[in-house]
Design a protein. Structure first.
Length: 303
């Protein structure tokens, strides 16, 4: 499919930026809560049920109105479910079991804007200008700096460097598929969540659940972070950002997530915040600013 870009107005740019930055804060909070909730007793399928089941219930009137098989959108919807639904979640959950949360923040949300941009250029014919290309390089450099600052003597294994970047690529597929699906933010979120819930329920007889044995406090925490904040609010806000800014520009903001998570960890969990992280924050922030296209002459990415 040929790439298309929205016509950016000051109001759309502001709303899109606010939506994208809100997503960054929610994702950073999710990473911090994951660091805090080691050994919660909930398995990946339990977390997936919370992440998609709660939004599916809240948005039931939406998917009931559109139907489970929306006409003209089934191709993009399949890619959306693969890229941000239950398959994506299980892949990422597997990768995070073998990766420190701080490094996971770099390898997943930190690489998402690059994956989105690469797909946009190679598959959809987008033509970013030099400033935006420089921004992508800065994001990559900032991510590399953060990784260097978060690798201990044991280092990260092959699972970390393959599974989580693959998750970033899946999210990039979702971003472009949603942009071209014709669905609005509520419809896209509702359909991804209800289909993911169906897949999760189908998997229950094979993998079981830990809801009856997990601490109530941890279930409440994960309900808030997974189901309400990440599953519902962040999904809606990200869809709004993609609609307002376009897929590549909206995804560029997510590069701030690992830095925000590191700073939040220092403030809330007393984790060390060294010079490498501070330097990475400056480099990544500059890269995001350049990658959004806000400093380009036209302020608009290529077609």
């Amino acid at each position: 499919m040929a790439g298309t870009s929205p016509v950016l107005t000051p109001r759309k740019t502001l709303l899109g930026a606010l939506s994208a930055l809100s997503v960054v804060l929610i994702w950073a909070s999710w990473l911090i809560s994951t660091r805090h909730s080691v050994g919660s007793g909930l398995g990946p399928l339990d977390l997936s049920l919370l992440r998609y089941g709660i939004p599916a219930l809240v948005l039931a009137p939406v998917w009931w109105r559109t139907g489970l098989f929306p006409k003209g959108a089934m191709g993009p919807l399949v890619l959306m479910i693969l890229g941000s639904g239950a398959p994506f979640f299980q892949l990422v959950a597997f990768g995070m079991r073998h990766t420190p949360a701080s490094a996971a923040g770099v390898l997943l949300p930190g690489l998402m804007p690059l994956a989105v941009a690469v797909i946009g250029m190679t598959v959809l014919g987008e033509r970013p200008d030099r400033l935006r290309k420089l921004g992508m390089a800065a994001i990559l450099a900032g991510g590399a700096m953060l990784l260097l600052g978060n690798t201990g003597p044991a280092g990260l294994g092959w699972i970390s460097f393959t599974i989580l970047p693959l998750g970033a690529c899946l999210w990039a597929v979702y971003t472009h598929a949603f942009r071209r699906s014709g669905l609005d933010a509520f419809e896209g979120a509702a359909l991804v969540c209800v289909w993911s819930t169906i897949l999760n329920i189908a998997a229950l007889p094979f993998f079981g659940t830990h809801f009856l044995t997990a601490p109530v406090g941890e279930i409440a925490l994960q309900t808030l972070t997974q189901g309400i904040m990440s599953g519902l609010i962040a999904t809606l806000l990200y869809g709004a950002a993609v609609r307002a800014l376009g897929g590549t520009q909206a995804a560029a903001y997510t590069a701030i997530t690992p830095v925000a998570a590191a700073i939040g960890g220092a403030l809330l969990l007393a984790e060390p915040l060294g010079p490498v992280t501070i330097a990475a924050a400056v480099v990544t922030g500059l890269g995001v600013l350049l990658s959004t296209g806000l400093l380009s002459r036209s302020g608009n990415p290529g077609p």
